[in-house]
Design a protein around this ligand. Structure first.
Ligand SMILES: Nc1nc2c(c(=O)[nH]1)N[C@H]1C(S)=C(S)[C@@H](COP(=O)(O)OP(=O)(O)OC[C@H]3O[C@@H](n4cnc5c(=O)[nH]c(N)nc54)[C@H](O)[C@@H]3O)O[C@H]1N2
Ligand SMILES: Nc1nc2c(c(=O)[nH]1)N[C@H]1C(S)=C(S)[C@@H](COP(=O)(O)OP(=O)(O)OC[C@H]3O[C@@H](n4cnc5c(=O)[nH]c(N)nc54)[C@H](O)[C@@H]3O)O[C@H]1N2
Ligand SMILES: [Mo]
Length: 765
């Protein structure tokens, strides 16, 4: 039942051989698709920020094999475009047209794999007919996509000509009311060219959560049973018998959006929310909040006590977090890895499985939920996957049943299925051309592409997604000073013309609103946005900002099949939010929501907290109020009421305890310098003078942190560029930036380009 040493050795030598083979066309015995592909299409994903490990692999492979082509399909110009040979900045939601037209093009230009289609697939004719019907001419498709016909043609030619092509897709495809159709349109072009399950040639849905696959394997979706079984009569019967559960649920449950609607309608009166923060991450988030308020009983299990959702709970159960518990996770290449706890859970925190078992036992299932260790649960999971399987179902862990505790503990990462045919796991699925359907043939699914519905609540389309250094609702990344320094405030990105048209300038506070709600965020003006579209990060919560829960603006329109909401296409308005003053606070203690401020955003710094604040009207009253919420002591107070400038500093025993700065324009230009002084145990005389003068001292101000790993700031990088470093590699040698996780390399390159323009400008002047 274990992975034998031979296979480990085989994989190790294969890994060495694929490395050797990079640059040549020979395919090694064991292969890594990303390294050997000749074309990688990345659509609907900002992989540079959201999948940094995969992205760094792709980037390294491209460096080794420069002929490898990368096409990025995204309405925005993102950090991922850094390595792109071609960027299709398409109209939001038009991917279905793109891939349908590609299918028609492949057929018209004789690039289909007729044998593969005939032998291994079904429903091709209807699918092609539909694609041809919706495609139109190249120019028509280019018009729908709003890209140039030349670029489109280039993409089609490259795809047609490149056997080893991968299509990676993520939330820009899925989070759509027609996401299932778009996924099918992508899979269709791969089936039609036989490019599936072959080395360097496949569609690849890059899942998000580290254990997104694991969640599906155990049936963690409302329309699934455990072990990848669904609600078909045969599957239900099988699970019923395996568990001896005569009352097994007979119908799929409600998906997230429908479930919260049912809560709102009083049809669901009891909710147990585990490991998610829906008050922030759901669309129509204020309706979700209201639904929860009306619900009779809301229980929240979380490892954090103060999330937006936890604060709305009747009962909070403290959960152990990942480093504190024991189990397995499955990544997007089907690889199951043991996760071993390395910390003792604090206080009363318990693993989620333990809580579920305790409840089940009290509901009368004492004998069925009497596990004493996760290894026992894994064993049952593996046995269910193997039950009456015999190779008929893809998910099969029969080779991992009946592991001893020691074997479970020592389990090495392995790709499922693990069974008689694949005792050491299976590296590649579908390489034999057989699929897990009744007749073993892959199914083409035709779909008529449509553009997203526009509610016309406003004249801008709001796209949402991730930033590099935060994870979802920031309940954990929000605690890290290093990560907070990359982007300190919630924001919205605007195209320069859209901003100008509305009187919005870079750095200005902006009200983004529609009939559902309104958020207050800082504007960033950038050519990376298409006209008429803005981008807002999904991360900021009520915990970290006064009004930035962007989910409140999003409708709960959703895909009829997957239930996935339209999270990347909401109709909104934007207008500048004028303020009379802006301020910056540092404190040792978390002061929660700072009162009397129209705007605030906060985060952690080493040994304290920062607050960005802004407001209208009298600032003195606000400053007095803020001071009153902080420790007493000998506050130094300076003010220049003319320009709404206040500087209040509390120093106790030579250490800064709190700082409140306001100004009608910029409260203090060098936040990073100030944050660093907050770290000092004793403030030097010159720094004290600098503080009082409201100007940074001699110490270097590093600027906003670009490289989180080595804490290298923008200003340091710019200085090094001016001193002669003109590549990311040279900057890495000099400052170490970008040499660990590498996720800041695209930003470093952008700085180099921007600075070289300045430098050449200086020279030519
Ligand atoms: N740093 C960081 N990394 C993460 C996460 C995180 O929170 N922070 N979360 C993880 C999780 S759970 C997930 S699901 C993944 C998500 O990973 P991604 O899907 O890569 O992340 P998003 O930022 O949602 O990016 C989606 C991209 O789709 C683009 N897009 C929007 N509309 C369209 C469209 O119509 N067509 C196309 N082609 N593109 C479009 C957006 O502009 C955006 O750049 O990230 C994972 N990794
Ligand atoms: N507008 C918009 N909305 C989105 C998205 C988008 O791109 N745009 N992306 C969507 C996607 S792809 C995703 S994945 C979701 C993410 O949305 P959520 O899942 O709601 O966000 P998280 O912040 O990951 O929430 C996880 C919660 O679980 C807690 N937690 C962590 N570990 C444990 C544990 O071991 N046990 C328990 N019980 N709790 C734990 C954390 O503290 C946190 O409160 O957001 C979705 N919403
Ligand atoms: Mo996700």
């Amino acid at each position: 039942a274990n992975i034998d040493t031979n296979s480990r050795l085989c994989m190790a030598s294969a890994a060495a051989s694929y490395k050797r083979s990079l640059g040549s066309d020979t395919v090694p015995a064991c292969y890594e698709d990303l390294e050997i592909a000749d074309l990688i299409v990345i659509t609907g994903s900002n992989a540079a920020w959201a999948h940094p490990v995969l992205f760094q692999r792709i980037s390294a492979a491209k460096q080794q094999r420069p002929h490898m082509k990368i096409v990025v399909v995204d309405p925005r110009k993102t950090a991922t475009c850094d390595i792109a040979d071609l960027h299709l900045a398409l109209r939001p939601g038009s991917d279905g047209f793109l891939f349908s037209a590609l299918l028609a093009y492949l057929a018209d230009n004789h690039h289909l794999d007729e044998d593969f289609i005939a032998l291994h697939t079904q429903n091709f004719e209807a699918t092609l007919a539909q694609a041809k019907h919706s495609a139109g001419s190249l120019q028509q498709t280019a018009d729908v996509l709003d890209v140039s016909a030349d670029d489109l043609q280039t993409f089609f030619r490259w795809f047609a000509a490149t056997e080893k092509s991968l299509t990676l897709y993520s939330q820009g495809i899925n989070q759509s009311a027609t996401g299932t159709d778009k996924g099918n349109a992508i899979i269709n072009v791969h089936l039609a060219t036989g490019r599936i399950g072959k080395p360097g040639a496949s569609p690849f849905s890059i899942t998000g959560q580290p254990n997104a696959m694991g969640g599906r394997e155990v049936g963690g979706l409302s329309n699934q049973l455990a072990a990848h079984m669904d609600f078909s009569a045969a599957d239900r019967d099988r699970v019923k018998r395996f568990w001896n559960a005569p009352n097994l649920v007979s119908e799929p449950g409600l998906k997230a959006v429908d479930m919260f609607r049912a809560v709102g309608e009083g049809k669901i009166k009891f909710l147990w929310i585990m490991s998610t923060n829906p008050l922030v991450s759901m669309p129509n988030a204020d309706a979700v909040k209201e639904a929860m308020r009306q619900c009779d009983m809301v229980i929240v299990s979380d490892c954090m006590a103060n999330t937006d959702t936890a604060l709305a709970a009747h009962l909070l159960l403290p959960a152990a977090s990942w480093g504190e518990k024991n189990g397995t996770v499955t990544n997007s290449e089907r690889r199951i890895s043991r996760q071993r706890g390395f910390l003792t859970p604090p206080g009363e925190a318990k693993a989620d499985w333990w809580m579920i078992c305790q409840v089940a036992q009290r509901l009368g299932f004492a004998n069925d939920f009497n596990y004493s260790h996760p290894a026992e649960i894994f064993d049952e999971h593996a046995r269910l996957s193997a039950f009456e399987n015999n190779g008929s179902r893809d998910f099969d862990l029969s080779g991992l049943t009946a592991l001893s505790r020691a074997e479970y503990d020592a389990l090495k990462p392995v790709q499922w299925p693990i069974n008689d045919t694949f005792p050491n796991g299976r590296q590649r699925f579908f390489d034999d051309g057989f699929f897990f359907t009744d007749n073993r043939k892959a199914r083409f699914v035709p779909a008529t592409p449509v553009l997203p519905e526009n509610d016309h609540d406003g004249d801008l389309i709001m796209n949402t997604g991730r930033v590099r250094d935060h994870w979802h609702t920031m309940t954990r990344t929000g605690k890290s000073p290093r990560l907070a320094q990359h982007i300190a405030e919630p924001y919205a990105e605007f195209h320069p013309q859209d901003a100008a048209q509305r009187g919005i300038t870079d750095g200005q506070l902006t009200d983004v609103f529609n009939k559902r709600g309104s958020i207050l965020v800082r504007a960033k003006v950038t050519e990376n946005q298409r006209r008429g579209e803005i981008f807002v990060p999904m991360h900021w919560t009520s915990r970290y900002a006064g009004k930035a829960r962007m989910g409140t603006l999003i409708s709960d329109r959703r895909d009829p099949l997957s239930g996935q909401p339209e999270l990347k296409f909401s109709s909104v308005n934007a207008r500048p939010y004028p303020t009379d003053w802006r301020g910056f606070i540092l404190t040792r203690e978390d002061i929660g929501e700072p009162g009397h401020c129209d705007y605030w955003a906060s985060g952690v710094i080493d040994r304290g907290f920062y607050y960005e604040i802004a407001g209208q009207g009298d600032v003195r009253a606000t400053v007095d109020h803020l001071e009153s919420t902080m420790p007493g002591g000998n506050w130094l107070r300076l003010s220049d009421e003319q320009v709404r400038h206040h500087r209040r500093i509390l120093i106790v025993d030579g250490r800064i305890e709190a700082v409140i700065f306001t100004h009608q324009q910029e409260a203090f230009s060098s936040r990073q310098w100030l944050i660093e002084r907050f770290r000092d145990d004793v403030i030097s005389n010159s720094d004290r003078r600098a503080l009082l003068a409201g100007k940074p001292g001699n110490a270097e101000d590093t600027g906003a942190i670009i490289c989180s790993c080595f804490q290298v700031g923008e200003k340091q990088i710019i200085k090094a560029i001016h001193a002669g470093c003109n590549s990311a590699a040279e900057l890495g040698d000099t400052l170490k930036c970008g040499t660990n996780c590498g996720s800041c390399i695209p930003e470093i390159k952008t700085l180099i380009t921007a600075q070289s323009e300045t430098i050449s400008g200086e020279i030519s002047q």
